[in-house]
Design a protein around this ligand. Structure first.
Ligand SMILES: Cc1ncc(COP(=O)(O)O)c(C=O)c1O
Length: 368
């Protein structure tokens, strides 16, 4: 397979560890191993005694049992643990799709959701989140996009980069459309659990529809990207088997220490995710003030979930260069998401966002 470079990852490789202020991270505030082990009596002893042989390819039973707790209709055998969400996207697309298949992908998007099927030789239709509808999706448009060769619909809710969260009625209708047409629904749910109002939380797609694949990960809502643990849940065992056959050629099995720590974090999700929701809540208030104050230059659709948003600006390229050169501040231009530089992604899941936003405000003030 030949695949174009991953723009956002190359962008981060160039700037992430050199720019002093980061306002575009997609994850939440991380924790140390020490903090995680302190969540449960005896956890430290268990970690020290961990055996470092090969692990079970579908994932450690304790980790799979923990993920079951995030679902309503998923059992421990209805999942496959991976090294991050990225690997799971790769094994799903390669294990399930063939050249000539048609795939419909929610865009703008995390590039691999669109790029991997295209590199396999699928035809890919973007299903666009529309800013004039608060980044909403149109089901009429989806129905127009479906072709006889359509095999899968790919969505990301809550959405990166816009922060869009579909209303329940739209989600239910999406499932009905996929069911009626026999389509696989690949549902990237890496921000699930970060709804500002828990009543807005959508069901996991794999709970709602037997032909859906729900993608979860430790990186975003949990803020533990360094664990590199992700998973897919699906009641369709053929899908899981096809992915498992592909995974034999990527990582085979997962890191034992990471699986142990991920299990601990999921079992204490109210504490771990709750802490991130608190950080987001403080940061959202700061962002409300910021967008009000600079409404002549930047505007946003305030998200209902997640740790990212996709504000609009007149000249994103100039803004990006100016912020980096003058303030050492990094935002992610929309071109990294297959979108124009009329928009940029900001991330607000981290503790030091206030400081980064202060640099942004300073820069805009100095422009006037
Ligand atoms: C929507 C979405 N899906 C998947 C991923 C991949 O997650 P990970 O880096 O944990 O593999 C990301 C990472 O930014 C993402 O934003």
């Amino acid at each position: 397979m030949r695949i174009p470079e991953f723009k956002l990852e190359r962008f981060f490789a160039e700037h992430e560890f050199t720019a002093p202020y980061l306002l575009c991270a997609s994850d939440c505030e991380a924790m140390s191993i020490d903090d995680l082990l302190a969540l449960e009596p005896g956890a430290r002893r268990g970690f020290d005694a961990l055996w470092l042989g090969y692990t079970e390819s579908p994932g450690h039973p304790a980790l799979r049992a923990a993920v079951v707790g995030l679902h309503e209709a998923i059992g421990a055998d209805d999942m496959l643990v991976h090294s991050g969400a990225e690997e799971a996207i790769f094994t799903f697309m390669n294990g399930l799709l063939n050249p000539g298949d048609h795939v419909i992908v929610h865009t703008p998007c995390y590039q691999s959701l669109m790029e991997i099927p295209a590199a396999i030789g699928c035809s890919v239709s973007p299903w666009r989140s529309r800013e004039d509808f608060a980044w909403g999706l149109s089901l009429d448009e989806l129905e127009r996009l479906i072709e006889p060769a359509t095999r899968a619909v790919v969505v990301n809710l809550p959405h990166n980069p816009t922060g869009y969260l579909a209303p329940r009625a739209l989600f239910d209708r999406l499932i009905e459309i996929c069911r009626a047409r026999g389509l696989i629904l690949f549902s990237d749910e890496v921000y699930r659990g970060l709804e500002y109002d828990p009543a807005d939380r959508l069901p996991a797609a794999a709970d709602a529809y037997g032909n859906a694949v729900s993608l979860g990960v430790m990186s975003k809502s949990f803020g533990l990207a360094g664990l590199r643990i992700g998973w897919v849940a699906s009641r369709n065992r053929e899908i899981l088997a096809a992915m498992a056959r592909y995974k034999d050629y990527t990582t085979i099995c997962n890191s034992a220490p990471s699986e142990y720590l991920a299990t601990l974090a999921i079992n204490h999700r109210d504490t771990v995710v709750g802490r991130n929701l608190e950080i987001i809540s403080g940061n959202i208030e700061r962002l409300d003030n910021f967008f009000e104050r600079f409404s002549g230059v930047v505007s946003w659709v305030r998200p209902k979930a997640g740790a990212v948003a996709f504000p609009r600006v007149r000249d994103g390229g100039a803004l990006f260069n100016g912020l980096l050169e003058k303030k050492g501040l990094l935002i992610a231009p929309g071109s990294n998401f297959g979108h124009g530089d009329t928009h940029f992604r900001i991330g607000f899941g981290r503790n030091n966002m206030a400081e980064a936003l202060g640099k942004f405000a300073e820069y805009l003030e100095e422009l006037n």
